[in-house]
Design a protein around this ligand. Sequence first.
Ligand SMILES: Cc1cc2nc3c(=O)[nH]c(=O)nc-3n(C[C@H](O)[C@H](O)[C@H](O)COP(=O)(O)OP(=O)(O)OC[C@H]3O[C@@H](n4cnc5c(N)ncnc54)[C@H](O)[C@@H]3O)c2cc1C
Length: 639
Amino acid sequence: MVIVGAGPVGMRMAQELWRRQPATPVVIYGDEASEPYNRVRLSSFLVGDISWQELTRDSALPAGANIETRYGCRVIAIDRARRCVRDATGFDQPYSRLVLASGSRAYVPDIPGIRLPGVYTFRDVSDAQRLFARRVRSRRTIVLGGGLLGLEAARAMQRFNTGVCVVEHYSRLMMRQLDATAASGLRAHVEAMGIEVVLDDGARRVLGDVAVSGIQLRSDRILECDTVVVATGISPNTELALAAGLPIGRGIKVNDRMQTADPDIYAVGECAEHRDRVYGIVAPGLEQATVAAHVIAGGSTRYAGSTLATRLKVLDLPVFSIGPATEEEKPDFARTWTWRDGNAYRKLVTYRGRLVGAITVGECADLSRLQEAAMRQRRIWPWQLLRFARSGALWAEEDAGSVLAWPAAAAVCNCTGVTRGDLGRAMADGCATVEALAARTGASTVCGSCRPLLAQLAGAAGPLAPERGWKTLLGSGGFALVAAVLLLLFAVPYAASVQVPWQWDVLWRDSFWKQVSGFTVLGLSVVLSALSLRKRIRRFTLGAFPVWRVMHAVLGALTLVALAVHSGGRLGSNLNFTLMACFLGVVVLGATAGGIVALEHRLGSGAARLRRSWLWAHILMTWPIPVLLAFHVLKTYYF
Ligand SMILES: Cc1cc2nc3c(=O)[nH]c(=O)nc-3n(C[C@H](O)[C@H](O)[C@H](O)COP(=O)(O)OP(=O)(O)OC[C@H]3O[C@@H](n4cnc5c(N)ncnc54)[C@H](O)[C@@H]3O)c2cc1C
C-alpha cells in the first residue's frame, strides 16, 4: 500500500491500514521536510501556546508498525498501467493500492502584486516559521480573509507593536459558520483585542515596488501595511491525479468507498471531492480514512458525508459552530432557538425535533455534549428547549458536565469519532491516563478540545466522580443481595397454629393471594426489562440514564420481595426450581453489577471491566426467564 501525503489524514490512513492488516507493508510519502505534525494546531504553535514537541506528539506512528516513511520526498507521477508511483529521487515504487492524501495548499487570488515580497500564506510549518520571523519586524499586517484561518492568523501576527487589520469580502466574519448575531459579537471581541476589521470589501491590488507597501481595496480605499497574510481559502492538490487521467472536480472525485475512477486508487482528506463536496477541515478526512482502510481490508463500510464542526482557537473567546446553523444554510422548515446572556450567545437549529446545528459564543460547559448531539442529530425534547430558553443549557448541570453519564454510543472525540464506550473499554484494559487513552484510541489527538473530557474519564482532573444516585443503587443492590441469600438458605415458616391472628402463610397457599403476588412479579419483571431499553436503544434518549438505572435497581429489589411472598421462600422443584434459580441468579448478578457501578469511583480503573462482565452475565441470565415464566403460568392454570 502506498500513501501520498503525510498530513493528519495520510497519517491516520497509515495507522488504520496497519491496525487492520498489520502484515501488509505500507509506504507513506510526505513532501514536507519536517516530521509529520498536527496542522490543526499550527496557529497555537505560531502564537506560542504549544511547543514543537506538542505539535508533533500525536502524529507519531505506532512503534514496530510495518510502515516505511519517506518524508521530504515528493511523489511526482502515477503510472497506472505499471501500478507504481515515481518519487522525486526517480525511484519507481510499485503499489497494490494507492491512497492519495495530498491535502491542499493555500488558495492565492490572482490579483496584481500578490507575488511581491511581504505576501505570505499560512498553510504549513515553513509558512509558520516565516511568519514567526516576520511578525517581529512587521509594524502593520493585513490579513485577507475573515474566516477561521484568517482570524487565527491575525491573532498570531498581533504583537504589542504590530497593528493588524482583517479584510473580509463578505458582510460578516466567519460567514459560513456564524449567523449575524454571533458574528457581530465576535467582531466586537476582535476589535476589543485591537484588531481592525474591514467587512464587505476585498483586495483589488497589492501595492509596492520591491516589497509590499499597502493594499488597494475594491472600494478604492488604501490600507498601508508591510505584510500581507493571504487566508482566502484552499486549493486541493489534484495535479497528480489529473496527470494520471483521474476525474477531477474541485478535488479528486471519489465514490462512497473513497475510490477514484480507478478502483485501486483512493483519495481521502482535503484533496478528495465526495458528492460534490470538498471538506476544508480535518474530521471528515479522518472519517474518510477510516472508511477507505475498512474498504481496502475487504469491509463494506460506506462514507455518506460529514457534519462540519468548527472551533475558533487562540482568540480567548470560545466560538463554536456545527452543522447548518446560519440563516443561509439551515434547512427549510428548520426551527431556531436562541439564548443570550451578556456577551454569551447560543443558537440551536432543530429539524423535525432533532438537533442539526448549533452556534455558541462564550464559555459553554456542555459544548462537547452539544457537539455530539448535533453530530448524531439527537432528539431534543420540549422540556430541554424550555431549559435552554431559561439557562442556555439543554441538559441538567449534573448530566452535562460529567462525561461519565454519557451513553456508550456518544462520541467523546468528534474529530476521530471515539465514543464513550471505546474509552471505557480502553480504561478497562488498563489505560488510566489521558496520554494512554489518547495513544490507545486516538481521541484528543486532533484539535485537542476533548482533552478535559478524557481527563475526567481517566480521573486525571481529580478523583473519578461518583455515579448519579450511587447510594440508592448501592442500598438496593445490597438489600437484594442479602434477600436473595436469605431466600436461598431459609424458607418462611408456616403459621404455627390456626389461632395465630394473622395467618401469613395464606399469602403463598391461598390461590387468590398467590395470583396477586405472581402477577406482581410478572408485571415488575416486564417493567424491569423495559427500563433497560433506555440503555439498549440508541435513539431512545428520554430522561437521564442514571435515573432509569436507579429505578431498575429499586424495582429489582421490590420484585424479590414479591417473589418471597409468592413462594414463601421455597425453591420448589423441576420447572419451579429452575425458574427460581434463574430469578435469584439474575438478582445476585444484577445487584453485584449495581454495587460495582455504585462504587466505581472508589474501585478505580479495573472496575469498568468488572462491571461489564457482571452486567453481561446478568443480561444472559435473564434470557431463559420469559420461556420459563410462560410454562410456569401455563402449567399453573392448565393443571
Ligand atoms: C493554520 C491552520 C489551522 C487549522 N485549524 C483547523 C481547525 O481548527 N479545525 C479543523 O478541523 N481544521 C483546521 N485546519 C485544516 C486542517 O489542517 C486540514 O483540514 C487538514 O490538515 C487536512 O489534512 P490532509 O491530510 O487531508 O491534508 P494536509 O494537511 O494538507 O496534508 C497533505 C500533505 O501531503 C503533502 N503532499 C501533497 N502532495 C504531495 C506529493 N505529491 N508527494 C508527497 N507529499 C505530498 C503535503 O505537503 C501535506 O504535507 C487548519 C489548517 C491550518 C493551515
